[in-house]
Each structure stands twice: as C-alpha cells, then as structure tokens.
Design a protein around this ligand. Structure first.
Ligand code: PXP
Length: 268
C-alpha cells in the first residue's frame, strides 16, 4: 500500500531532524560515557541529518545538561531543543539559544511524549513562552495533535511553526491496520493544510520507522508515508532510527569485536 506517492513530484524532500535521545538512554543504562550522544550527532550530520533534535526532560532520563552544552559547542547544523513549558526549561533555552525550540507536553510517568501540547488549555502560558523564546532568537514550534482548534490556538499564540504528532499513525503502521492508518493520515494531512493556511511552518514526527530488512514489504514505511506529504517541511525521528541502527549496524559491530579478539593473540 502506497498512501501518498501521487503527491511526491515537484516538492523538495522534507528535512530530517535526527533525535539523539536514545543514544543517551543507552549510555545512561550503564552510567558511563559510551555511547556518546554528541559523537552520534556528529556522525548523524556526516550521514545527512539536517537538524539535531534532543529533549531535555525534567527528570534528565536521557539527555543531560552537559550534553546540551557540548552539542551547542560542537554542532554546526541547527539544534532543535525539545522542552516542556516550565520556567526552568525556558531559562536554560534562553541561555543556550538553540536555533529551534519545540515545546512539548511532559508527564513524569510517561515512557515517551504521548500526546500533543494542550495549547488551548494553557493559552497564556504558551503565548508568553513563544514571546520569550522568539526574543531569544529561537524559532518556536509547538508539538500538537492534528486538531484544528489546537492548530488555530498555536497560530494565535504566536508560534511560527507546528509539529504534528504522528504517534497514532505510527502505531497503526506497526499493527498493519490499514483502516486506522488511512484515517490517521487523513487527519494529519488536513491538519498540515490548516497549518499552512494559517501561515505556519508545518513539521511532523513521533514513532516513525522504516523497515528493518530489505524489500519486498507489504506496505510503505510509516516514515515514507508521512515524508511523502508535501506540506511536511521537517521530520523529527529518534527511537526507531536508533533501533534501526541496531539492525543495520550489528553485523559490523560483531565483526569488529570478533576481529579484535582474534588479533589479540596473534600480535607479536
Ligand atoms: N518530535 C517530538 C516533538 C518529540 O518529542 C519526539 C520524541 O522525543 C520526536 C519527535 C521523536 O519521536 P521518536 O523518538 O518516536 O521518533
């Protein structure tokens, strides 16, 4: 099934923001320095990433404050700093001054950002944050569901950009549920168009994946289906990209360790 291929022609490709949070998750599992998310960000750029995305969570479960400082120092592509709308985060962002900020909802108990920001429900707070961060020179994006009322509120709050949450679509893809995928894709496409009609930059992300082995595949990947929508200007992808690296990189990793072990007793 190819959901949106007819729209592909004449639009430049969406930019790819590589989210490096889960390189830090892996590092933090052992509490040491490896694998280093900043080294991963540098490799990501060498491999074609247009933007480096990271989420400094309130509980610092993956990216930490010192990672942010090091990213700011080392990277020469735009940084997209995802953060909750809290005074602590706004203060850090004003000091670091990343090119892009994406304001997200955050709950301590969640395993990932489960839904979009409720802009309507905290309109003044979000509007103030947009004003503060614009004054710091950041392009502000709001991570929201494809809900017309939230998209309209994002525009009224003064955000120049929205990122629509693709998690429900991605889950339907993992389930290979064509009906749910089609419904979610329609919702996202309609949301993107509303955003565009309000003059917003329209991005998308969350949960998107590619197939972990060569074709033939029963369906277009979830990343491809969303990337094919011409209104999508940037995609921000993390967990499945790091997961994919396990499959495409594990063979080489084992070969490197095996070679090192064999060489260890053959050196004179
Ligand atoms: N976009 C935003 C705003 C996010 O919060 C996240 C997760 O940190 C992503 C994209 C990437 O989602 P995933 O890791 O599922 O690809």
């Amino acid at each position: 099934m190819n959901f949106a291929a007819t729209q592909l022609t004449s639009h430049p490709a969406a930019l790819l923001g590589v989210n490096i949070d889960h390189v830090a998750t892996l590092r933090n599992a052992r509490g040491g320095r490896f694998p280093d998310p900043v080294a991963a960000a540098q490799l990501a750029v060498e491999a074609g990433a247009d933007i480096i995305t990271f989420h400094l969570r309130e509980d610092r479960r993956h990216i930490r404050d010192e990672d942010v400082e090091r990213l700011k120092e080392a990277m020469h592509v735009p940084l997209n700093f995802e953060a909750a709308v809290t005074d602590e985060m706004l203060g850090i962002i004003e000091r670091v001054r990343p090119e892009h900020v994406c304001l997200v909802p955050e709950r301590r108990q969640e395993v990932t950002t489960e839904g979009g920001l409720d802009v309507l429900g905290q309109f003044e707070r979000v509007k103030d944050a947009c004003t503060r961060l614009a004054a710091a020179g950041c392009r502000v994006s709001l991570f929201i569901g494809a809900d017309p009322a939230q998209i309209d509120a994002a525009a009224r709050a003064g955000a120049p950009c929205i990122e629509l949450h693709t998690g429900a679509f991605a889950n339907a893809w993992w389930d290979q549920d064509s009906a749910a995928m089609a419904a979610e894709l329609d919702r996202i496409r309609a949301g993107l168009r509303i955003g565009r009609s309000l003059g917003l930059q329209t991005n998308a992300g969350h949960g998107l994946a590619v197939w972990d082995r060569p074709a033939p595949h029963p369906m277009q990947s979830s990343a491809a289906a969303i990337a094919a929508l011409p209104e999508v200007e940037e995609l921000h992808i993390g967990h499945a990209l790091v997961g994919h690296a396990v499959f495409v990189g594990l063979r080489q990793a084992i070969a490197d360790f095996k070679a090192e072990i064999v060489r260890a007793r053959t050196r004179d």
